[in-house]
Design a protein around this ligand. Structure first.
Ligand code: OSB
Ligand code: MG
Length: 369
């Protein structure tokens, strides 16, 4: 594979419903989209940083800067025999995993198209469907939360995750259990607590949650190990796991029993596979996280989630929960049994609708070899 043209676009799409986490509320989604061409075929990759540096230190503008000035020059015009070589080729640049991942994932899509196989096959996945769960944001009232969850359960989703923060935690979980009984339920704090909240968080133990995701600081491992020793509820790490090495440390320290994999957080699909394999070897189940991706990034996630240690339903849901319309056609749908079919045509296997893409584009630049 030799890429002779790379196109960057800054995309903005309005969200169907606002999404609120412990770090704030968003009404639209802005992201950097990358298209790579080799002269006859092309691939797409989606960068997952937000406009703001709250989930991660990266933003759409830092991604753009890193791609334009440092990452694209390391990939454009270079011959790659395997997409696994793209992340190592960018090693000189420290961090900026989301910018690297978008570019690397576009190369995987192109590689799979060159090979004439669906992406999951190149990744070493298996199977024709994945189990789907939803992440339900913080709402204005408990009534609204219950209504929202009712809709998601009726649609078939196999696991409900609710966002929590101080002031929206025990009561929210209690309300969900009261209304829906023993459904598969978990919470995600997005680093909203400190170790001083350990006794408060231990009150969640009585609700038999599947896990609590990222309760403490985004870069912390040691405090999570302390917290896990005081909770019966399994701790799952998201933000903390930005390299495979840190995952190994976290597992060894007992800081988590489950890990959420997002390719953007670790630098792409090759690193995600390494993280997946490490977890499998250590007996740590994983699930696929979500970053409110358009159908492009979402489809990459679907392919990755076919690997065998993705043992729990992830945050990969239907397009209609996020965008109307999505950039891809047909949109991603969830079947009544809570599963999503994995595309079987070459590459990511979805078509981008050019007219929608143009309409959503705020800025575009093309680089040629
Ligand atoms: O912490 O998992 C998270 C969305 C944006 C940033 C961080 C997170 C999330 C989600 C939503 O939970 C997952 C999705 O529906 O895409
Ligand atoms: Mg999370």
């Amino acid at each position: 594979m030799k890429i002779d043209r790379i196109e960057l676009r800054l995309i903005r799409l309005p969200l169907v419903h606002f999404f609120e986490t412990s770090f704030g509320r968003v009404y639209d989604q802005e992201f950097v989209l990358i298209r790579v061409d080799d002269g006859s075929l092309f691939g797409y990759g989606e960068c997952v940083a937000d406009r703001t540096p709250y989930y991660s230190s990266e933003t759409t503008e830092t991604e753009w800067h890193l791609l334009e000035d440092y990452l694209i020059p390391l990939v454009l015009g270079v011959e790659f025999t395997d997409p696994r070589d793209v992340f190592p080729a960018m090693k000189r640049v420290r961090g900026h995993n989301m910018a690297k991942a978008g570019l690397e994932m576009a190369c995987w899509d192109l590689s799979a198209k060159i090979a004439g196989v669906p992406l999951w096959q190149l990744l070493g996945g298996q199977g024709t469907e994945i189990a789907s769960g939803v992440s339900v944001g913080i709402q204005d009232s408990l009534d609204q939360l219950v209504k929202k969850i009712e809709t998601e359960l009726a649609a078939g989703y196999r696991r409900i995750k609710i966002k929590i923060k101080p002031g929206w935690d025990i009561e929210a979980v209690a309300a969900v259990r009261r209304h829906f009984g023993s459904i598969p339920l978990m919470v995600d704090a997005n680093a909203a607590y400190t170790l001083a909240d350990a006794d408060h968080l231990a009150r969640l133990d009585e609700f038999d949650l599947m896990m609590i995701e990222q309760p403490l600081e985004y870069d912390d491992v040691r405090d999570h190990a302390h917290l896990q020793s005081r909770l019966r509820t399994p701790v799952c790490l998201d933000e903390s796991i930005h390299t495979v090495g840190i995952a190994a440390e976290a597992i060894a320290a007992g800081a988590c029993k489950i890990i959420n994999i997002k390719p953007g957080r670790v630098g792409g699909l090759a690193e995600s596979i390494r993280l997946h394999d490490l977890c499998a070897k250590q007996g740590i189940p994983v699930w696929h996280g979500g970053m409110l991706e358009s159908g492009i990034g979402r489809t990459h996630n679907i392919h990755l989630a076919t690997l065998p240690n993705f043992k729990l339903p992830g945050d990969i849901a239907a397009s209609a929960r996020y965008f109307d319309p999505d950039l891809v056609d047909p949109p991603i749908t969830v079947r009544p049994d809570g599963t999503i079919l994995v595309p079987q045509t070459p590459g990511i296997g979805v078509e981008v609708v050019e007219e929608r893409l143009e309409k959503a584009t705020k800025r575009k630049v093309v680089f040629t070899a």
